[in-house]
Design a protein around this ligand. Sequence first.
Ligand code: TXA
Ligand code: MG
Length: 321
Amino acid sequence: MNNSEIDKAVVILKRGGLVAFPTETVYGLGADAGNPAAIKKLYGVKGRPAGHPVIVHLADMAQVPQWAREVTPAAQKLARKFWPGPLTLILRRAPGVSDAITGGQDAVGLRIPSHPVAHELLDKFGGGIAAPSANRFGHVSATTAEHVRQEFGDSIDLVLDGGQSDVGIESTIVDVTGEQPALLRPGHISAREIEQTIDAPVAAPHGASPRAPGTLAVHYAPRTPLMVMEGDLLLELATSLTRQDKRVAVLTRSLLQPMLSGLTWTAAPRDAAAYAHDLYANLRTLDAAGCDAILVERLPQQPEWAAVNDRLDRAAGSRQP
Ligand code: TXA
Ligand code: MG
């Protein structure tokens, strides 16, 4: 990445344009968080309904008071431990933070990413960059610059290419506006690490939590119908579907590929972090194969799998085998 690309990105953002940029989790589609017209454009391109809040990305802690009026002791501990990194904190918004950012709520989502390109962009821009994941609403997130171009083509001004995102799934979101912190979205930083850091339990989202519409039942979804199931059932279903001349895409960690025609087969990593790293690229490849269904082998239920299980459940929506 050369500096002039980042300088160009800064100029585009200052003029109210849209720039996609790499972060360690997934690529973000960025707009000037202080420019409501730019945010409106962002929502239009993404196809995101108004009223959804968006995360504001910052270069460093010194900028937090411009966006949040209260940083609780738990929030401070989390920020100190995990920023820069794959954590989003939901805090009470500062006066003047627009409804376009917060979805009309009293809370704002903040994150200081660690990816060097994101950091340099934020540092040179100097303000907050509002950035949802760089994918069309409800679709699979992007973990490479090429994925972003597939999603948006010419409808955005620039894509900064920073290689493949390390983590591969979106940040852990913790609501620290209330008495007890709540986990709104699981991610690479686990609930256990959060609890150890604040030395207190984290709650599941509760009635008083700010709405996090990215946690809708169907999200992160390929266009091909996707189902998650045990390996033996998967093999049975793949056999019967291919016998009916259907084309079937499979994502598995442990199964051996059977000799069936009409199968597109992807062997995913055994390890949870590596599985997450490859997840969206694998889903995009399987989706592009033009099959009638994507069958995903069910994953272990241990805590280290919580975030990928969450994403796969949402990719499947209500579809059950
Ligand atoms: O890793 C990530 O978080 C990526 C990268 C680009 O930083 N961003 C991302 O943004 O995943 P997005 O918009 O796709 O998902 C952000 C989630 C949404 O579910 C949104 O509802 C929630 O964060 N969120 C943002 N601001 C919020 C707020 N003020 N209150 C409650 N939820 C909020
Ligand atoms: Mg998203």
